[in-house]
Ligand binder design. Structure first.
Ligand code: ZN
Length: 159
């Protein structure tokens, strides 16, 4: 079920809020650009939609993500998802970020209820479940995150 502060909203209101949140992040993406201090970089492409992004992380010796940034081009969903991702993972340990990967991707693909985690703003992306072609737009940045942390040099593709 939804978290405490949104319980009194109707599903229409909630959908409208989610829509504005996604549009806001798509128009004004957070942490957009290059990261000079990057220690990890990965690229993701979603050929189905034409989304392309590069995600960069600065990870310290204790495996904590000090900073993150992304750049690229894509649809509103892919950009908003990457923007929300950077906000979520900065300050986290790599293992915590990977746990977010699991919970968010299972939420977006509808395979589980995010293991019971309150996804906060990331709930907004859940609307893609009604549009299967958009699921890959929303998960692209998250796959790039896993790839960056695991330091695989292969670009991630959703196809
Ligand atoms: Zn897309």
């Amino acid at each position: 079920m939804s978290s405490g502060h949104v319980q009194s909203l109707s599903s229409d209101e909630l959908r409208e809020l989610y829509r504005s949140l996604i549009l806001d992040h798509a128009k004004n993406p957070r942490h957009f650009g290059k990261l000079d201090t990057a220690t990890h970089t990965s690229e993701g492409i979603n050929p189905l939609c034409g989304d392309k992004l590069r995600l960069q992380l600065e990870v310290d010796a204790e495996h904590r993500i000090r900073d993150a940034a992304f750049e690229g081009t894509g649809c509103a969903i892919s950009v908003a998802s990457a923007s929300l991702l950077t906000e979520t993972i900065i300050g986290l340990h790599e293992d915590e970020a990977l746990a977010w990967f699991d919970d968010v991707t299972s939420h977006l693909t509808g395979t589980s209820d995010a293991n019971g985690r309150d996804l906060g703003k990331l709930q907004a992306l859940g609307g893609v479940r009604d549009f299967p072609a958009r699921v890959k737009c929303a998960t692209l940045a998250w796959h790039a995150l896993r790839s960056a942390i695991e330091n695989t040099d292969e670009p991630v593709s959703t196809e």
